[in-house]
Ligand binder design. Structure first.
Ligand code: G3P
Ligand code: CA
Length: 266
């Protein structure tokens, strides 16, 4: 379970409150987006502009860290730095899914900054770094092969994304959910790749993705995904059990589902 921008269905996106809420709702990974400030700090915000999610205006890259920290990113929450999130994630034993937002504006040196930040916080192997900019993904892998990486895309490649991943040296493919098919998931797995589509919130689509065998799913509502996962697990167990055992097991499943639904796989 990947909490998209934390738990953006519940809290202002990409804020510490959203990340904390994501964990509370059962997310195993916390997804966030990074840009560089005018003075080279890694700041956590989705857009390259400030206008949609904060009370500021203009480009992130034209503001210093001090200026960005003074803004309200929703409910009085400041824009976090990656530094700050990694300190928090280390203390909470959380995996961070870092999306480098290297488009439509390109940040010189953002990959070096991300890798340095990971090393500084001893989080090199506790994250996945992803991007729609596959050259950026390749650069991260080149700088630090221990960092798990993934390629984002919104299409259905002819080879299940294997070529895109290979070209960037990535460990995972992150297709838009609409392009996920069971046969493509199986092909990616056979090639040693993980499949982690995001982000979506509709129960029926979540069910289909789970059935297709994906490894992780991004969502704005980890609580909804948690419930869908629990019912899928119950249904699978119930199908596998001999009929005489079903009544007892159904009762037992209530507690097992509750346990797994609160992040037991972290
Ligand atoms: O998980 C990938 C997803 O976050 C990419 O889309 O626009 O929400 O950053 P976006
Ligand atoms: Ca993102």
């Amino acid at each position: 379970m990947v909490g998209h921008r934390g738990a953006m269905g519940h809290c202002p996106e990409n804020t510490m409150a959203s990340f904390e809420r994501g964990l509370e709702l059962g997310a195993d990974w916390i997804e966030l987006d990074v840009h560089l400030s005018a003075d080279g700090a890694l700041v956590v915000i989705h857009d390259e502009t400030l206008d949609r999610t904060t009370n500021g205006h203009g480009l992130v890259r034209e503001h210093t860290l001090a200026e960005l920290k003074a803004l309200d990113a929703g409910d009085g929450q400041p824009i976090p730095t990656l530094d700050q999130v990694l300190v928090w994630a280390h203390s909470r034993n959380a995996i961070v899914d870092i999306e480098i937002k290297n488009a439509p504006l390109y940040y010189e040196g953002i990959e070096e900054a991300v890798v340095a930040c990971l090393n500084q916080h001893d989080m090199t192997e506790e994250v996945i770094v992803i991007s729609f900019d596959h050259a950026s993904v390749a650069r991260v892998k080149e700088l630090e092969p221990r960092v798990a990486t993934g390629v984002l895309y919104a299409c259905r490649p002819t080879d299940a994304g294997i070529g895109l991943a290979r070209a960037a040296g990535a460990d995972a493919v992150l297709p838009h959910w609409a392009y996920v098919t069971p046969s493509d998931v199986a092909a990616a797995h056979a090639a040693g790749l993980s499949v982690a589509p995001g982000s979506l919130n509709k129960t029926e689509v979540l069910r289909q993705l789970i059935a297709s065998g994906v490894d992780a799913i991004g969502t704005n509502h980890p609580d909804i995904l948690r419930d869908v996962l629990a019912s899928a697990a119950n249904a699978a167990r119930s199908k596998d059990e001999p009929s005489s055992d079903k009544e007892t097991s159904r009762r037992g499943n209530v507690s097992r589902s509750n346990t797994s639904a609160t992040g037991g796989s972290k």
